[in-house]
Design a protein around this ligand. Structure first.
Ligand SMILES: NC(=O)c1ccc[n+]([C@@H]2O[C@H](COP(=O)([O-])OP(=O)(O)OC[C@H]3O[C@@H](n4cnc5c(N)ncnc54)[C@H](OP(=O)(O)O)[C@@H]3O)[C@@H](O)[C@H]2O)c1
Length: 247
């Protein structure tokens, strides 16, 4: 149970992030829902959590912009004082073969998936209590088995896995655990082009021993485990949550 804990989930207005916010709230945490543009979706989620008896609030910030990260955590500090859990969920994928990759697309993906994650973690751990806390980083199967058409995205998630290990070493003495969660193909707005394409859908099903794609709550349940005391001896590891997806 996460009663008495306060969690911030980046990119929580939709998809996996929204499912994580719902799940952490169901386990008793107070939740801060970060979003960048979907104010209505974030507000609906906050209301829904409230109707279920939970406590949530939303804060707009573009996590690819350092000044926004500073504003986000200044607001968390001023309104709430401290944080116990950070879930670095916000991430973007821009499919492109090498020949189509542009400097802008490299910068945009690294700015959110790597730089934003690192700066959000830096700001969050300053607000963690002396007793410690947990950081969860959303990785991707692409980090270990690069996804066709997504070399840059796969590289950002490889960097995320390295940061999970490196920050776990640095923050362990402060009793801060850092855990990676690596989803397999999960049905969200971010994957709609793939999941709505019958040939791609069938290909992924054929590679999936459990015969289905992931749902956001499949991932959220493991995040809830990762931030709980049930996983007190796990840090620096990235857990695959993919239904056994092969390659
Ligand atoms: N879905 C999958 O199959 C899959 C597989 C492996 C890994 N992942 C990883 O899991 C995470 C979530 O994926 P998803 O599929 O749920 O994504 P999604 O459906 O595309 O949702 C993205 C969420 O991130 C927010 N966001 C986007 N850019 C942001 C920014 N600059 N600052 C703050 N928030 C931002 C969006 O907010 P707005 O609504 O305001 O735009 C939205 O809430 C990502 O890190 C992704 O790489 C997903």
């Amino acid at each position: 149970m996460l009663v008495g804990k306060r969690a911030l989930v980046t990119g929580a207005s939709r998809g996996i992030g929204a499912a994580i916010a719902r799940r952490l709230s169901a386990e008793g945490a107070e939740v801060i829902v970060n979003y960048t543009s979907s104010a209505a979706a974030a507000s609906t989620l906050v209301k829904e959590i409230g109707q279920q008896g939970g406590v949530a609030t939303s804060i707009q910030a573009d996590v690819s912009v350092p000044a926004d990260i500073t504003r986000l955590f200044d607001e968390v500090s001023a309104r709430f004082g401290h944080l116990d859990i950070l879930v670095n969920n916000a991430g973007i994928a821009q499919p492109a073969l090498l020949d189509q990759v542009t400097p802008e697309s490299i910068d945009q993906q690294f700015a959110l998936n790597v730089k934003g994650l690192l700066l959000a973690t830096q700001a969050a751990v300053r607000l963690f209590p002396e007793s410690g806390g947990v950081v969860v980083n959303l990785s991707s199967g692409g980090a270990k088995s690069p996804i066709p058409y997504m070399p840059v995205y796969s590289a950002t998630k490889g960097a995320v896995d390295v940061l999970t290990r490196a920050l776990a070493v640095e923050l362990g003495p402060r009793n801060i655990r850092v855990v990676g969660i690596s989803p397999g193909l999960t049905i969200t707005d971010g994957t709609s082009e793939v999941t709505s394409n019958q040939a791609m859908h069938d290909y992924y099903i054929s590679r999936s021993p459990l015969g289905r794609l992931g749902l956001p709550d499949d991932i959220a349940r493991v995040v809830a485990f990762a931030v709980s005391d049930q996983s007190a001896w796990i840090t620096g590891e990235t857990i695959q949550v993919s239904g056994g997806l092969v390659g």
